[in-house]
Ligand binder design. Structure first.
Ligand code: R5P
Length: 295
């Protein structure tokens, strides 16, 4: 029991007009404390932005280039990431449990790259996600795909489970090979995920009208890197995404398939968190990669 002798009277009841508890993640002001806390493990409280390192590709692609050994290729990069996105198998086997990056777990799966990728199911129980201290669960949404309806239903089920346990859900916009990747499509797909309850939506950058995608989505948009590009091009895409309203990147191949993954991750961080211009970030990449085989 606390010592109650000499207690001071409460006397400071003012402190500015805005509530001191305003929340920094778009669309999440009405969420419960636990869910907000988990979102804050992904999006930095000082600027609402995130650099998420994605290495979940093996769940349908197997050991692709750069992901042959997650323990040696990826784990050393994790301290530089605000959040990491991977399967529970990769997390348990290959990522140190003292890592402080927000954990975003891949929660859907089923088909391999040899089959119809939209034929996915929920592939994790919320109880295991909580056991793994997940901040969010990521699920693919195939708008216009063969199994569109089931993928939307999967998202809704995961949102129900996430709301019950205070775990956020990331809706991943999946684009089929034959689909047009334009702002109109991404407005449709991202908005559907947000309306179904996703707390974060991932999509691709488009050169024309990307700001209409971010403006019409009521939750944060993060941008996938896509196929490996020259570093300056990937940094330019990240820069434009941020300037046009994205809250961060969820980047995989453009980091782990770079000859200098750590240097590239540092350059991406400069773009996302410091508003570095692509050329400045590329200079940082060159400095950090100079003289080392793979850093
Ligand atoms: C697809 O396999 C995953 O959702 C990836 O995490 C996502 O596409 C981001 O990775 P990348 O930057 O390589 O496209």
């Amino acid at each position: 029991m606390a010592d109650t002798d000499g207690l001071l009277d409460a006397r400071t009841f003012t402190g500015g007009e805005r509530p001191a508890t305003g929340f920094h993640v778009k669309g999440a002001h009405a969420q419960d404390w636990g869910l907000q806390n988990r979102l804050a493990r992904i999006f930095r409280p000082d600027n609402g932005r995130t650099v998420m390192l994605a290495f979940d590709h093996g769940y349908f692609l197997g050991p692709m280039a750069g992901l042959e050994r997650i323990d040696t290729n990826i784990a050393p990069l994790v301290p530089q990431a605000d959040a990491i996105m991977m399967t529970r198998g990769a997390l348990r086997t290959s990522i140190p449990s003292h890592s402080t990056a927000g954990v975003v777990l891949r929660a859907s799966g089923g088909p391999s790259v040899l089959r119809d990728l939209s034929d996915e199911h929920i592939a994790i129980d919320i109880e295991d996600a909580v056991r793994l201290n997940a901040a969010a669960l990521a699920i693919q949404v195939f708008i216009g795909g063969e199994h569109e309806s089931r993928s939307v239903a999967n998202l809704a089920k995961l949102v129900d489970a996430g709301q019950r346990h205070g775990v956020a859900v990331l809706g991943v916009t999946a684009v089929g090979k034959d689909m047009v990747r334009d702002a109109r499509y991404f407005r449709l797909a991202t908005r559907i995920s947000a309306e179904m309850g996703a707390h974060i939506v991932k999509t691709y950058y488009v050169n024309e009208g990307f700001e209409t995608v971010t403006a019409s989505c009521p939750v944060p948009i993060i941008v996938a890197g896509g196929k490996k590009l020259p570093e300056i091009d990937a940094l330019t895409m990240a820069y434009r995404s941020m300037q046009e309203g994205a809250a961060g990147v969820d980047m995989g191949r453009n980091i782990f398939q770079s000859d200098h993954p750590a240097a590239m991750l540092a350059a991406v961080r400069a773009v996302v968190h410091d508003d570095a211009k692509p050329e400045e970030a590329h200079e940082l990449f060159r400095e950090r990669s100079a003289g080392s085989a793979a850093s």
